[in-house]
Design a protein around this ligand. Structure first.
Ligand code: ARG
Length: 462
């Protein structure tokens, strides 16, 4: 076996099992592009500051570009036996350039290297996830626009409560996702500071220029404390929190789609391309996509707990425990992307069954509050009106009627304030149309809300 990088200090080869156990290239290999970009910026800085010669700096940079190109185009494969992506790239450079390659690691440690790689990698991933969430938001808004008049029951405790519209219901998710998008922006801004140059933990005695590398790599500024720079992973945790929230929102939405596509509701039907059948029951059409999203939410939350638990007892600065950060945050990122990518077209192609929504809204006394409000508008205190309406509902249930079909004399038996305009006041359409308070489901209010959401989206994207 080849000598390890640190062979000088050791009198024995490291046990094979330890090598395999330590190696992270199987999962950090995906950061090769970011690792090489970080190294190019470092090499440029070493040259600029006269720490290595200009010629060496240029040769190293060109060598790194070539390695990047070779990996990108399949001419160079990552060595699964390398300890990690950082060691692999450096070893490859040295193999190609000889002594010049050995100068790259001057004034640098894998500790600041891995920290900068991960920030660069996640910065790109956040951009991609934001794009996917943006697309999802636009898809929901487009469906909502078609359904500002589609009446459906609104629920509390999964019991029919008050009438809303499908557009109003959908827009609730738009606001949740807009906040998620804003959170992604926040995380991205807060993590966009450069740890490169923090060294192993205590900076360096070379006259480096950390502002130079920070700018080269598109960071806002270098991190101010070298110990902090190499040893916190709060940005992974914060990102995972946001990813967990995205999954939570998708999971609740998924749960509703699962309910809505059941025969018990039948508010929607999924497109055949986004549903699955059963191996035994020929009649089945299952909402697997949404169930899988609900399931994967647990896994993304698990990644968050992995990160929080991994960090909680670590003394400053770097500890090898921190190598565990990558599999967790990569898993969270990968799964969120998978979920949003599948959820959006599933939503865009689902069929909305308006009649069933309306029929459900017509049952279950969801206009009872409006009936009480009718009496309040005629001068009765709300509590008395509430009690009378409750009694009327009980009468309806006993006679198998609804508030719409209950005869006027039954109303009048309770109070003379009832006249035949009560039927207009409690009709479903009135109940929805009159709910025009700010943020409420009336078509007029929802059209305004849709415009506000679009404005909010453009502001977040600025
Ligand atoms: N593979 C390591 C990680 O992911 C890189 C940093 C190694 N640093 C060290 N001092 N062993 O954390």
């Amino acid at each position: 076996m080849a000598d390890m990088m640190w062979a000088g200090r050791f009198s024995k080869q490291v046990d094979e099992k330890v090598n395999a156990f330590n190696s992270s290239i199987a999962f950090d290999g995906r950061m090769y592009r970011h690792d090489i970009h970080g190294s190019i910026a470092h090499a440029a800085m070493l040259g600029e500051c006269g720490i290595i010669s200009k010629e060496d700096s240029l040769e190293i940079m060109a060598g790194l570009e070539k390695i990047l190109d070779d990996i990108d185009n399949g001419r160079l494969e990552l060595d699964p036996n390398a300890e990690d992506i950082h060691m692999f790239v450096e070893a490859e450079l040295t193999k190609r350039l000889g002594d010049v390659g050995k100068r790259l690691h001057t004034s640098r440690s894998r500790n600041d290297q891995v920290a900068v790689d991960l920030r660069l990698y996640l910065r790109d991933e956040i951009k991609e996830i934001s794009g996917l969430v943006d697309e999802l938001i636009n898809t929901i808004i487009n469906i909502a626009k078609e359904h500002t008049e589609t009446v459906m029951p609104g629920y509390t405790h999964l019991q029919r409560a008050q009438p809303v519209t499908f557009a109003h219901h959908l827009m609730a998710y738009v606001w949740m996702l807009l906040r998620d998008l804003d959170r992604l922006n926040d995380v991205s801004k807060r993590m966009n500071y450069c740890p490169l140059g923090c060294g192993a933990l205590a900076g360096t005695t070379y006259k480096t220029d950390r502002f130079y590398t920070s700018e080269q790599l598109g960071f806002i500024a270098p991190m101010q404390n070298s110990l902090d720079g190499v040893s916190d992973r709060d940005y992974c945790i914060e990102l995972n929190c946001t990813l967990s929230l995205i999954m939570t929102h998708l999971s609740r939405f998924s749960e509703e789609i699962i309910l809505w596509s059941s025969w018990e509701f039948k508010f929607i039907e999924l497109d055949d391309a986004f549903a699955t059948g059963s191996s035994i029951m020929p009649q089945k059409k299952n909402p697997d996509v949404t169930e899988l999203i609900r399931g994967k939410t647990g896994r993304v939350n698990g990644d968050l707990i992995t990160l929080l638990t991994m960090m909680k007892g670590l003394p400053l600065a770097y500890n090898k425990d921190m190598q565990e950060d990558k599999e967790a945050i990569f898993d969270a990122v990968d799964n969120v992307k998978l979920c949003v990518r599948t959820f959006t077209p599933m939503l865009a192609t689902m069929r909305v069954i308006k009649e069933n929504m309306r029929n459900a809204a017509a049952k279950g006394f969801i206009n009872a509050t409006d009936c009480a409000d009718y009496l309040v508008k005629k001068g009765m205190p709300f509590r008395d009106a509430y009690k009378i309406t409750g009694t009327l509902v009980a009468v309806c249930i006993e006679k198998n009627l609804t508030l719409e079909t209950l005869p006027l004399d039954e109303y009048k038996r309770m109070t003379d304030l009832f006249t035949d305009d009560v039927y207009h006041a409690i009709s479903l359409d009135t109940c929805v149309r009159e709910r025009k308070s700010y943020g409420a489901p009336s078509p007029e209010a929802v059209i305004k809300q849709i415009q506000e959401a679009k404005d909010c989206l453009s502001k977040i994207n600025e």
